[in-house]
Write a protein that binds this ligand. Structure first.
Ligand code: NDP
Length: 433
C-alpha cells in the first residue's frame, strides 16, 4: 500500500489473490525462495503518455494514456484497453494484475497486461473518436507487436475503436500483423470474438450448475450492463431457455417481467448508441428505474454482473440471497465487492469470479492471434466449440485447485491458485528476470 499509494482497486485485487495464495506458499517454499511474490506484484513495465487530439471545434484536448505490461512469463502481454473517465493507474493495474491469472487459466500462451485512457467516448463524434484513437496509437505503437504486446477492447473500446487503432499501427509501422484482437472480420478478426465473453460466461456457469444437477432452462436471470459482455450473455441464456428480466447501463435499469427483448437492446446500444431507458418506449409494459444498483433488488435465480467493478456490494448481495438467488457469475472484472463475495460464500451461493468466468473473451483473442499467425480462419462453430471446451476446463481446473488447497467449493481461491501456479513455475524456470 505504501509503495502504490491511492491505488485502491489494485490493493483490493492484490488482497484477494494474496489471501488465496497463503497455503500455496506454505506448500511450496521453493516459490517463496524464487521471489515470485515480490516479483509478480510489480509490473514489468508501466507506460504513461500524453494523448493530444483535436476536437470538432479545432481545439486541442489532452487525455492521459496508460499501458501496464504486467507479466510476460507465459506469453506476450495480452489484455484490453479501457476508455472511460474513471481510468487512472490504480484501475489499469488492478485489471492488469487480474489478467495475469485469467490468461493463465485459459491454458493458452498469453501474459498479462492492460491499458486505456481517461478519454470519455460518450457524446463524441465519429471524427473525434477516430482522431483520439489515432493519437493514442501514435504513442503506444512503439511498445506493441504481435509477439510483444497485443491489446484488445474493454469498456468504451469496441470494434470501431480497434479498427482505427489497427489502421494507425499499420500505417506507422508498415506491418500487417496481429497486434490487436477484436478486429473486424474483413481484416483478421476472429469469428465468435464479439460473442466470446458473454457466451463463455454462460458456458462456465452452465458447468457450475451441472455440478449441482441444475440447468439454465426455466431459470430467471438478471444481467447488469448492456454492453458487449451483457448482450451476448443474454443471447446465449435465451438459447438455453433462461428468461432474462433485467438489464442496465450506468444511468439505470430496465425490468421486463415477460423477458427482455434483446433485439431492441441491440438496436439501442449497438446501432443507435442510445440509453437503456429508451427500451420502455418500445415496450411500454416494461419498467425503467433510475440508478443502476437497484437492479439487484429484482428476485432472480441467477445474477450475472456484467457492467463494471464494485457494482454489486454487500447489501445488494444480501438482497439477492434473500430473494432466492443461488448462483452468481461475474461477466465484468471484479463487479462484486469483498463484502458481497463473503456473503455469497457464507450462504453457499455458487460464485464464479471474473478471472475464471469472463476469460472467454481473452481466450478467443488468443485464438485470433493463432489464426493471424497461421494466416487462416476457423469457422464460427470451430471457435465456439474451442471456447466452450476452454470454459468447461477452467471451471474444473479452478474447482480442483480449490479442493486441493483446502478451499473446497471456493472458485475464487481455486482460480487464483491454478492461474498463479502456471505463471509461478514459468517465472521460477526463467530465473530472476
Ligand atoms: P462495454 O463498454 O461494451 O459496456 C459496459 C457496460 O457497463 C455498459 O452498459 C455501461 O453503461 C456499463 N458501465 C460502464 N461503466 C459503468 C459504471 N461506472 N457504472 C455502471 N455501469 C457502467 O464494456 P464490456 O461489456 O466490454 O465490459 C464490461 C465489463 O466486462 C468490464 O468490467 C470489462 O472489463 C469486462 N470484460 C470485458 C471483456 C470483453 O471481451 N469485452 C472481457 C473480459 C472482461 P454505459 O453505456 O452507461 O456506460
Amino acid at each position: 500500500i505504501k509503495r502504490n499509494p491511492g491505488e485502491v482497486e489494485f490493493h483490493q485485487a492484490l488482497k484477494e489473490v494474496l489471501e488465496s495464495l497463503e497455503p500455496v506458499f506454505e506448500k511450496r517454499p521453493d516459490l517463496q525462495e524464487a521471489g515470485i511474490l515480490e516479483r509478480i506484484v510489480e509490473p514489468e513495465r508501466q507506460i504513461l503518455f500524453r494523448v493530444p487530439w483535436l476536437d470538432d471545434q479545432g481545439k486541442i484536448q489532452v487525455n492521459r494514456g496508460f499501458r501496464v505490461e504486467f507479466n510476460s512469463a507465459i506469453g506476450p502481454y495480452k489484455g484490453g484497453l479501457r476508455f472511460h473517465p474513471s481510468v487512472y493507474l490504480g484501475i489499469i493495474k488492478f485489471l492488469g494484475f487480474e489478467q495475469i491469472f485469467k490468461n493463465s487459466l485459459t491454458g493458452l500462451p498469453i501474459g498479462g497486461g492492460k491499458g486505456g485512457s481517461d478519454f470519455d467516448p460518450k457524446g463524441k463524434s465519429e471524427g473525434e473518436i477516430m482522431r483520439f484513437c489515432q493519437s493514442f496509437m501514435t504513442e503506444l505503437y512503439r511498445y506493441l507487436g504481435a509477439d510483444t504486446d497485443v491489446p484488445a477492447g474493454d469498456i468504451g473500446v469496441g470494434g470501431r475503436e480497434v479498427g482505427y487503432m489497427f489502421g494507425q499501427y499499420k500505417r506507422i509501422t508498415n506491418k500487417y500483423e496481429g497486434v490487436l484482437t477484436g478486429k473486424g472480420l474483413t481484416f483478421g478478426g476472429s469469428l465468435a470474438r464479439t460473442e466470446a465473453t458473454g457466451y463463455g460466461l454462460v458456458y462456465l456457469m452452465e458447468e457450475a450448475l451441472k455440478a449441482v444437477h441444475k440447468t439454465f432452462a426455466g431459470t430467471t436471470v438478471v444481467v447488469s450492463g448492456s454492453g458487449n459482455v451483457a448482450i451476448y450473455a443474454v443471447q446465449k441464456l435465451n438459447q438455453l431457455g433462461a428468461k432474462v428480466i433485467a438489464m442496465s447501463d450506468s444511468n439505470g435499469y430496465i425490468y421486463d417481467r415477460d423477458g427482455i427483448h434483446l433485439d431492441t437492446v441491440r438496436q439501442l446500444k449497438e446501432v443507435d448508441r442510445k440509453r437503456i431507458k429508451d427500451y420502455v418506449s418500445h415496450h411500454p409494459s416494461a419498467e425503467y428505474h433510475e440508478g443502476c444498483a437497484g437492479i439487484w433488488s429484482i428476485p432472480c435465480d441467477v445474477a450475472l454482473p456484467c457492467a463494471t467493478q464494485n457494482e454489486l456490494d454487500g447489501q445488494a448481495a444480501q438482497l439477492l440471497i434473500k430473494n432466492g438467488c443461488y448462483a452468481v457469475g461475474e461477466g465484468a472484472n471484479m463487479p462484486s465487492t469483498p463484502e458481497a463475495v463473503d456473503a455469497f460464500h457464507e450462504n453457499k451461493v455458487i460464485f464464479a469470479p471474473g478471472k475464471a468466468s469472463n476469460a472467454g473473451g481473452v481466450a478467443v483473442s488468443a485464438l485470433e492471434m493463432s489464426q493471424n499467425s497461421m494466416r487462416y480462419s476457423w469457422t464460427f462453430e470451430e471457435v465456439d466449440a474451442k471456447l466452450k471446451g476452454i470454459m468447461v476446463n477452467i471451471y474444473h481446473t479452478a474447482s480442483k485447485a480449490a479442493a486441493e488447497y483446502g478451499f473446497e467449493g471456493n472458485l475464487v481461491a481455486g482460480a487464483n491458485i491454478a492461474g498463479f501456479l502456471k505463471v509461478a513455475e514459468a517465472m521460477k524456470a526463467q530465473g530472476a528476470v
